[in-house]
Design a protein around this ligand. Structure first.
Ligand code: PLP
Length: 373
């Protein structure tokens, strides 16, 4: 038996996405930059994928730049923003970003540019008032994620973005956990840049995109050929791009149906868990991405739970990791101040569209066996 409940880490490739990729791996392998007719199919696939993806987030096709995934899009958006010659080169971000942002910010600080960190409340919400309070005279970019990977909290990005713009800064959002799971409309949000990654929405791994609003100046990610509007050189990964577009189109088409299914599973799982009388806290705000459940169990160890569940064929992830001496609590759980006797016992169950009612009942039963002995 295997129950996969770690969809915030990665997802299974959608079968239609796989079918969309196949021709470009086996038959239509021409280099999209070449002028001969054998390259035409690859060229058309890139154009179609760009249009499909743009349609899914209400962008224009030439605002979509293909990258290798969320990490690259985040690095590019942040580092290139401070490299543009400008008086303003500071960054503001939040304390609960993914390490693709936080470690990029560390690198930016080492380059000599200032970084400020916004706090969250104990639900993981970055309040617009905290941005209002910042000195933004030297800030070029504000970057706050749309949905958090550990606790699922959805941020008030539209409001944060309005404040950034009113103070002369650009706005980037890491939407890796959101795109394909909740409706995302870049025009409605008002963002200048947005990162996404295909393997989080049933696309292939190692491919993603950066939405870059028309007119926003960003230093090139890689110099070389003229691919991706001269902003990211390198022969395009046509098969993966076609797979990403197919996966995103399908997930967006089924977004409400998938969300309903996941919220039902969550409810069923929590009902089963509550009947056991086990003491736990569910982390995050009520406004969360569907399927993401960060649970902190009293006087337990997340890593122990992960390994015991693994032995029972269940894959989840943890919010705390033990080294030989200490239990390390993730920066997100620390930022939202989960009480210590709970924080150490945190796991993240992230359900996906293929999970069933039987899966969630089995996970609840497994947790009850482990925690109640
Ligand atoms: N940002 C967030 C919020 C994520 O959850 C992840 C992956 O876990 C990333 C960025 C990195 O994306 P990728 O794996 O495509 O590099």
């Amino acid at each position: 038996m295997k129950i996969y409940a770690d969809h915030a880490a990665t997802t299974k490739l959608d079968f239609d996405a796989f079918e969309a990729m196949k021709p470009f791996l086996l038959e239509e392998y021409g280099n999209a930059s070449e002028p001969y007719s054998f390259a035409r199919s690859a060229k058309t696939a890139l154009k179609t994928a760009r249009e499909t993806i743009a349609g899914c987030i209400n962008a224009e096709p030439d605002e979509i730049i293909f990258t290798s995934g969320g990490t690259e899009s985040d690095n590019w958006a942040l580092k290139s923003s401070v490299l543009v010659p400008d008086e303003r080169r500071g960054i503001i971000t939040s304390r609960i970003e993914h390490h693709a942002i936080l470690n990029t910010c560390l690198a930016i600080r080492e380059m000599g540019y200032p970084v400020q960190y916004l706090p969250t409340d104990n639900k993981g919400i970055v309040h617009p008032e905290s941005l209002e309070l910042c000195n933004m005279d030297a800030v070029r970019l504000v970057s706050v994620m749309l949905a958090n990977n550990e606790i699922g909290t959805i941020q008030p990005v539209k409001k944060l973005c309005e404040i950034a713009h009113s103070r002369g800064a650009l706005f980037h959002t890491d939407a890796v956990q959101a795109v394909g799971h909740i409706p995302v409309d870049v025009k409605e949000l008002g963002v200048d840049m947005l990162s996404a990654s295909a393997h989080k929405f049933n696309g292939p791994k190692g491919i993603g995109f950066l939405y870059l609003k028309k007119g926003i100046e960003l230093a090139s990610y890689a110099n070389g050929g003229a691919q991706e509007f001269g902003k990211r050189a390198g022969t395009e990964n046509v098969a993966s791009i076609a797979g990403m577009a197919a996966a995103l189109e399908k997930n967006c088409r089924m977004i409400h149906e998938n969300a309903r299914h996941l919220y039902n599973l969550e409810e069923m799982f929590l009902d089963s868990l509550n009947k056991t009388g086990i003491r736990y806290i569910r982390n995050g705000s009520d406004n969360r991405i569907p399927g993401n459940m960060s649970l902190s169990f009293e006087n337990s160890e997340g890593e122990m739970l992960l390994h015991r569940l693994d032995l029972m064929g269940i894959c989840v992830s943890t919010g705390s990791a033990c080294d030989s001496q200490n239990t390390q609590i993730s920066h997100v759980l620390q930022a939202i101040h989960v009480p210590e006797q709970y924080a150490k016992g945190t796991i993240r169950i992230s359900l996906g569209r293929d999970n069933t009612e039987e899966d969630v009942r089995t996970i609840a039963l497994a947790l009850s066996k482990i925690l109640k002995g």
